[in-house]
Write a protein that binds this ligand. Structure first.
Ligand SMILES: Cc1ncc(COP(=O)(O)O)c(C=O)c1O
Length: 445
């Protein structure tokens, strides 16, 4: 970090190169060094860096109308984008669904928490306010979003500020919290929601919030068949809303527009962010199913919530241009074949004694590192394995996204790979080579 920096950094002990240009799957810093963006930054970049059409669409919108406050106006780009999102969503959203745009994922989570609370007020159930979620989850950085996030390490410093609404077991077959194996487990982790509700004042619960495929905190953990369906069934049984956090998994990253569509489940609310504008603009959104919308229409008529920059004409114009690009280049269709190539390139790494599992769906992939492959024992947190792998991979000019805590919130190391959908075979091969060399460096024989 240059001593004259005025930026409050993420980490005062780290040096950050200055990024000046983006091209496809690459970021170039001010010294001209080129980095292959294997993680799409943080699973943000879907169409690739440096697509000139997006900037042009934003400039045109900005020249025509940069801003109009949503208490006074709606705008065409936001209206158009809302229709497009609902058309991509599960069938229950399509006739009468609505979209609430925010400036990012955390604001979307925050909005959903207040939305489900007010939904129950509008529906004559004022006792319902708690949003139950899962341990080792992450749903955003603001205080409401942190309250529902179950990640021990991220919650720890803010513990006194956070409400305790309850967290159930994660769904994580590689480190099953019940020490069971699918299918003999009978999806005990889904039934944990039912048991939790029975034992913990179910009539005060407004909603259950989960990531259908857990991105950062567990490392692309895909649930077994039947999990998502069972969760939806339990929510219906208890009269609570189901919120799918697709901020990382949404907009095509797992091979369908929304990850929950792999199981044909219809949630009441879907949260998106990150990939919807592919990093060209800060944008998140809350997709709201008609039955929730109708409660507001029939009831007070007004959601007691709002952000100055919600549904911004320029950020929604950016996302429309991103979606145009996705459609004209058939990028949703490209995810599956690109994922197969990436997984094939990575497959040789599986035999390494410290590579526990390579998992994921589509272009949301993680590699977990373990101390002992047969017992799946993690390394000690202090050994900092995920960060060391990231650094060693970076030495080969490849960017990855490391996280610790997948096993119990503290221990467990993985890196996430979430490249742009345009990743080529040679770029996938380069990622695999960089990881191979990182493994040799971090685990010398
Ligand atoms: C699943 C999930 N939810 C919410 C968020 C928060 O989004 P943002 O950082 O845009 O506020 C993230 C960010 O990593 C995420 O991965």
């Amino acid at each position: 970090m240059p001593s004259n920096s005025a930026l409050f950094p993420r980490n005062f002990r780290k040096n950050y190169p200055v990024a000046v240009r983006g091209e496809g799957c690459w970021i170039i810093d001010q010294s001209g060094r080129r980095f292959l963006d294997a993680s799409g930054q943080a699973a943000v970049i879907s169409i690739g860096h440096g697509v000139a059409e997006i900037g042009q669409a934003m400039a045109e919108q900005s020249a025509q109308l940069a801003f109009a406050h949503t208490t006074q106006f709606h705008s065409d780009p936001a209206e158009k984008l809302a229709h497009r999102f609902l058309a991509l969503a599960p069938p229950n959203f399509r006739s009468g669904g609505r979209v609430y745009f925010t400036s990012g994922g955390s604001e979307a989570t925050e909005t959903a928490i207040k939305l489900v609370r007010q939904f129950h007020l509008e529906s004559g159930q004022p006792a319902r306010y708690r949003v139950v979620s899962r341990r080792q989850s992450y749903h955003g950085s603001t205080l409401g979003a942190m309250t529902v996030s179950g990640n021990v390490a991220r919650r720890a410093p803010y513990h006194p500020l956070l409400a305790e609404w309850g967290h159930i077991a994660p769904c994580f077959c590689y480190h099953c919290p019940f020490d069971k194996k699918f299918p003999d487990c009978a999806i005990a982790c889904a039934n944990d929601l039912d048991n939790f509700l029975d034992a913990n004042d179910a009539p005060s619960v407004a909603a259950f919030l989960f990531e259908p495929i857990v991105g950062a905190t567990l490392g692309a953990a895909v649930p077994p068949e039947g999990y998502v369906q069972r969760i939806a069934e339990i929510c219906r049984k208890h009269g609570i809303l189901l919120i799918a956090d697709e901020i990382m998994s949404g907009m095509g990253r797992t091979g369908k527009p929304f990850a929950i569509q792999h199981w044909n489940v219809e949630p009441d609310i879907i949260l998106v962010g990150k990939g919807i504008a592919s990093g060209y603009a800060p944008l998140g959104a809350v997709l709201v199913a008609p039955r929730v919308v109708e409660a507001f229409e029939r009831g007070s008529g007004a959601f007691q919530h709002g952000f100055t920059y919600q549904a911004h004409p320029v950020t929604t114009a950016a996302a429309n241009a991103v979606l145009d690009y996705i459609e004209s280049h058939k990028l949703f269709e490209r995810v599956q074949p690109a994922a197969e190539i990436l997984r094939a390139e990575l497959s040789a790494l599986s035999s390494h004694p410290n590579v526990g599992e390579i998992r994921g769906l589509g272009l949301l992939v993680a590699i977990e590192f373990v101390k002992n492959k047969s017992t799946r024992e993690p390394f000690l947190k202090e050994q900092n394995i995920a960060e060391r792998i990231r650094q060693a991979t970076l030495d080969q000019n490849v960017l990855t996204y490391p996280t610790q805590g997948c096993v119990d919130g503290i221990n467990g190391d993985h890196i996430l790979l979430a490249p742009p959908f345009i990743i080529s075979q040679s770029e996938s091969a380069q990622i695999a080579r960089a990881l191979h060399s990182a493994l040799q460096k971090v685990f010398p024989t």
